[in-house]
Design a protein around this ligand. Structure first.
Ligand code: 5AD
Ligand code: SF4
Length: 415
């Protein structure tokens, strides 16, 4: 979501005559689009921000802007630690970026902005094949560890007509895949609900459609049926579990038990054979005992995800978990994280090996990062596939016979 916000700011600035500078030294404006989800991201930002002080000494016309969730949640700290920052704006006010950096608006913009869902913002996308589309903003869930509801504000959904026009426009420009974005897409509600929105988008005949993120509590049977029914909806769902222990899930305010979660996974797998399921895991949430943690291990082994994103719990000021007792020592959090990653490594590899000998539809995205003689693309289940470059046009769909599974990707040949 943060990356897509950057695409929007680029679009707005481009529309106002700004062009991208090759390197920071050549820039008249530098914008940091910050993420506050974990402390590490915040620290990285602060250390990079410090370095821009020198640039400003060399170029007196340089404008430094700080956008995103750290701007929203740490206004005072940024001002204190970096008085050379000229402009700050929160994620709900990205539409004002151009006016702000050109000095036509005040130098701070942090208002709760429900209108964001109705703003038609310009976008400069980094891909010509795959596109992100915001369908809703903000979050009402207040998971006890999470800063997002405080920085992105309350949930607001974009009107379906505006979303569908964006898909049609992208389709006309040759895009083949879209990913609908929202903190909790299952609670999308405007003139229609989420499943109706999927139906409307499917009618545009865009080839592939994905969505992130689904909240397990709100993933309905109707959504599962819709996924089964609509040809464009890819066989992949990202369903953050966070932890396997019911006690921890309750303390996290997630609104489901492991049993309820597992039932939804069963229903998904029954309705959509070969669906890929991925998840997010947090280790070392306050009060997480060794036994609680073993429940997470049990869940990973039981569900066998296709992939996971795992993080150490990071205390965020202002959230309810910040003040919770029985914090887990950092070393223990790391140990649990490593164990989770190790377990998943094997599972991912095993799942990848099962795909050897199968034929997969791959959307070619470009040259492989590791070997430019190879092309790289993704399956409908979002797995990375590399194949020899036989002049296939980037952006086309190719049938690939998978010959070899690796830990984080597959390789094969056109068939
Ligand atoms: N500490 C660690 N991980 C977090 N996430 C959100 N907040 C925190 C935090 N304070 C993770 C969750 C979420 C993902 C986007 O980031 O797993 O699903
Ligand atoms: Fe954060 Fe929970 Fe909202 Fe996701 S659903 S953004 S984890 S509060």
């Amino acid at each position: 979501m943060n990356v897509h916000d950057s695409e929007k700011m680029l679009g707005i600035l481009g529309n106002n005559g700004y062009v991208a500078a090759g390197k920071p030294e050549d820039a008249d404006v530098i914008i940091f689009n910050t993420c506050a989800i974990r402390e590490k991201a915040e620290q990285k930002f602060f250390s990079q921000l410090g370095r821009t002080k020198q640039l400003k000494k060399k170029n007196h016309n340089l404008t430094i802007a700080v956008a995103g969730c750290v701007a929203q949640s740490e206004q005072e700290t940024v001002r204190k630690r970096a008085p050379h920052v000229d402009v700050m704006l929160g994620p709900q006010n990205i539409g004002r970026i151009s006016d702000m950096v050109s000095g036509q608006a005040s130098n701070g913009s942090f208002d709760e902005n429900h209108e964001l869902a109705y703003e038609e913002l310009f976008v400069t996308r980094s891909s010509r094949i795959k596109a992100w589309i915001s369908i809703m903003y903000g979050c009402n869930n207040f998971c006890s560890y999470c800063i997002v509801p405080y920085t992105r504000g309350r949930e607001v959904s974009r009107p379906s007509s505006s979303i569908v026009s964006e898909v049609l426009r992208l389709r006309g420009q040759g895009y083949r895949e879209i990913t609908l974005l929202g903190q909790n897409v299952n609670s999308y509600k405007s003139d229609c609900d989420f499943t109706e929105l999927l139906r409307l988008i499917d009618k545009t005949e865009i080839e592939r459609m994905r969505f992130v993120t689904s909240h397990p509590r709100d993933l309905s049977l109707e959504l599962i049926r819709t996924m089964q029914e609509l040809p464009s909806v890819c066989e992949h769902v990202h369903l953050p579990l966070q932890a396997g222990s019911d006690n921890i899930l309750r303390m996290m305010n997630r609104g489901y038990t492991y049993g309820e979660y597992q039932k939804k996974v069963d229903m998904l797998r029954e309705a959509v054979p070969d669906i890929a399921i991925t998840t997010d895991i947090i280790t070392g949430f306050p009060g997480e005992t060794r036994q609680d943690f073993e429940q997470t291990v049990y869940a990973l082994n039981g569900i066998e995800y296709d992939g996971i994103f795992a993080f150490k719990y990071s205390p965020r000021k202002g959230t309810t978990a910040f003040d919770m007792e029985n914090t887990v020592p950092d070393e223990e959090k790391s140990e649990r994280l490593n164990r989770v990653l190790q377990i998943q490594e094997e599972i991912t590899y095993k799942k990848n090996r099962k795909l050897e000998g199968t034929t997969q539809e791959v959307l070619i995205e470009g040259s492989s990062d590791t070997d430019t003689a190879l092309l790289s693309g993704r399956t409908r289940t979002n797995k990375i596939v590399t194949l020899p470059d036989s002049g296939d046009e980037i952006g086309s769909f190719v049938s690939v016979l998978i010959s070899k599974a690796r830990r984080h990707s597959l390789s094969g040949e056109k068939c």
